[in-house]
Write a protein that binds this ligand. Structure first.
Ligand code: NAI
Ligand code: MG
Length: 499
């Protein structure tokens, strides 16, 4: 078997970060924060420092927005669609050529097992670029026949929205950064990207590749720093036209408030409390591993994690036994080992949150069926956990835990699809849902009744750049990906000519 990573590369990265704090990318240059401040990013598998990184403040955000504005009004506006396509495809090729380093950075900084960093982050980023590259030349306006007297030519232009702030969380930094960047650039926008303070490193490497691809300076700026400083300054900035954010509902609300200053466009992808349904006729050989990985993958730090399981009573014992066997058997451990399936939580803060939720479940009367504890005294590992006997008003049932914690419930034939959908919908969120049944009518009827932006039937597949992604209710505003995702980076302008 070949090594899951290149030890020479790891050493080179360590030497590089030992030489000094990582800088951010503003107007094509690698700069320190004007204040000189830095912050630490750590490896959640060990709790050890990886690198110091420039900590942006308001002055740095101002510079980055000014650079993005200058590029938007200047050179980038003159770049033709086919050239934008070429640049995005070039960036995709460079990510492919640098897959080893990007996967390693993601594994070190996020705590994602190396096999998944390659499969999900690197491949996902490439897919986003190749999908969106094609859109650059396919953004179409419309013409309209208007009813006013006389003869008119009326048409609707689709223009780039302008300077976009893009704030990314720490669970999938590279693929989310690229998933925001790609449609923005395809549509002709310029961006200021802010990775999460826990996980800035792969985004900075992305910045190097952006320059290497020949994307003009100022089109992509990267500011690293805390949410309450750099993030808040971006959200409130009067010269930012749009803000795209993925993260918590709490911060989503803060962004809406800050965006009011200049009515910037707001796109939000927030949390979830997504249901998985397993019916009596489901193919359990697929449904059981999907239900388990739906919540344990990435230690549950997934916005669309299947955190509530509804299983028909006739197969409930078998399903719970199967999910619990996986919970005990999945290798939780060091992320650079090839066969590790589950890594740590991203930070000590998240470990506290998740263990706090498990404790609150216990206090409120839930039964810990499997797991429930932490692992080791180094790093932020928590056991894959299944809770039974939860009630709808318990915090573990209502709130997003963002850890490997599943609430499992039974249902019976006494509940029709309306009732079952009602249980799935009994949350403020509406991001996604999964359904396992061999009955196509059951599957499609339930899919219609669920208030969720993404429904998966008999398969757990990932996010695809061609499918709109986003949520109903408190799971967000708008959709990323697909045609809707590119249109979200445009403004409409109606032009009427009296002929
Ligand atoms: P967060 O939403 O505060 O952080 C996400 C991003 O927002 C980071 O880049 C952060 O620097 C930035 N940010 C924070 N405060 C900001 C502000 N006032 N203005 C602008 N940007 C700001 O999430 P956090 O605190 O790291 O995690 C807390 C919980 O949020 C998690 O336990 C989970 O439930 C949820 N979450 C959901 C994610 C998703 O994929 N939907 C991703 C990350 C967290
Ligand atoms: Mg980190």
């Amino acid at each position: 078997m070949t090594a899951p990573y290149n030890p020479g590369l790891l050493e080179a990265l360590q030497m590089r970060y030992a030489r000094g704090a990582a800088r951010m990318l503003i107007g094509g240059e690698w700069v320190e924060a004007q204040s000189g401040e830095t912050f630490e990013t750590i490896n959640p598998s060990t709790g050890e420092l990886i690198a110091n990184v420039a900590s942006a403040g308001e002055a740095d955000v101002d510079r980055a927005v000014a650079a993005a504005r200058a590029a938007f009004e200047g050179p980038w506006a003159k770049v033709k669609p086919d050239e934008r396509t070429r640049l995005l495809l070039k960036l995709a090729d460079l990510i492919e050529a640098n897959a080893d380093e990007l996967a390693l950075l993601e594994t070190l900084d996020v705590g994602r097992p190396i096999q998944f960093s390659r499969m999900i982050d690197v491949q996902g980023a490439i897919g986003q670029l190749r999908y969106n590259a094609g859109w650059a030349s396919k953004i179409m306006g419309e013409t309209a026949e208007i009813s006013a007297p006389g003869e008119w030519l009326s048409y609707v232009l689709r223009e780039p929205v302008g300077v976009c702030a893009q704030i990314v969380p720490w669970n999938f930094p590279l693929v989310m950064a690229v998933g925001k960047l790609a449609p923005a650039l395809a549509a002709g926008c310029t961006v200021v990207l802010k990775p999460a303070e826990q996980t800035p490193l792969s985004t900075l490497k992305l910045g190097e590749l952006v320059l290497e691809a020949g994307i003009p300076e100022g089109v992509v700026n990267i500011v690293t720093g805390y949410g309450r400083t750099a993030g808040a300054a971006l959200a409130a900035h009067p010269d930012v036209n749009k803000i795209a954010f993925t993260g918590s509902t709490v911060t989503g609300r803060a962004i809406i408030d800050a965006a009011k200053t200049n009515f910037k466009r707001v796109q939000l992808e927030l949390g979830g409390k997504s249901p998985t349904y397993i019916f009596a006729d489901a193919d359990l050989s697929k449904a059981i591993p999907a239900a388990a990985m739906g919540i344990f993958f990435n230690a549950g730090q997934v916005c669309a994690a299947g955190s509530r399981l509804f299983v028909h009573e006739s197969v409930a014992d078998q399903v719970l036994e199967g999910v619990s066997t996986m919970a005990r058997g999945l290798k939780v451990g060091q992320t650079l080992e090839a066969d590790t399936m589950i890594g740590p939580l991203v930070s000590a803060t998240q470990l506290d949150r998740v263990t706090g939720y498990i404790a609150s479940g216990r206090e409120e009367g839930a039964q810990v069926f499997v797991g429930g504890g932490t692992i080791g005294d180094k790093g932020y590992f928590v056991q894959p956990t299944v809770l039974l006997d939860t009630k709808p008003d318990m915090r573990v049932r209502k709130e997003e835990i963002f850890g490997p914690v599943l609430c499992a419930m039974r249902f019976s034939d006494a509940e029709d699809l309306d009732a079952l959908a009602g249980r799935g919908n009994e949350t403020e969120f509406g991001l996604s849902a999964s359904i396992y049944t061999q009955n196509i009518s059951t599957a499609h009827k339930l899919a219609r009744r669920l208030k969720a932006g993404t429904i998966r039937i008999n398969g757990s597949g990932g996010v695809d750049p061609s499918l709109p992604l986003g949520g109903y209710k408190a799971s967000g505003w708008g959709r990323e990906n697909g045609k809707a995702g590119i249109e979200a980076y445009t403004e409409l302008k109606s032009v009427s000519v009296a002929l």
